[in-house]
Write a protein that binds this ligand. Structure first.
Ligand code: ZN
Length: 60
């Protein structure tokens, strides 16, 4: 039974750009994970599991 891929959030702490990424398979393609923010070109992106980020937001 294949592992269901977990959606995650790519988040830019600099300009607050964020994108939800939901891999179609358990194989991560290079294009699935942006390395730079398309908005401010920062490379300090943070990656959070969608459920984890939601939990953190709700917990505050
Ligand atoms: Zn940014």
């Amino acid at each position: 039974m294949p592992i269901r891929p977990t959606p995650f959030i790519v988040y830019c702490p600099r300009c607050r750009w964020q994108k939800r990424v939901a891999p179609r398979s358990d194989v991560m393609l290079p294009g699935d994970m942006p390395e730079r923010c398309p908005k401010c070109d920062s490379n300090a992106l943070e990656h959070q599991q969608a459920s984890g980020l939601l939990g953190r937001l709700l917990g505050r």
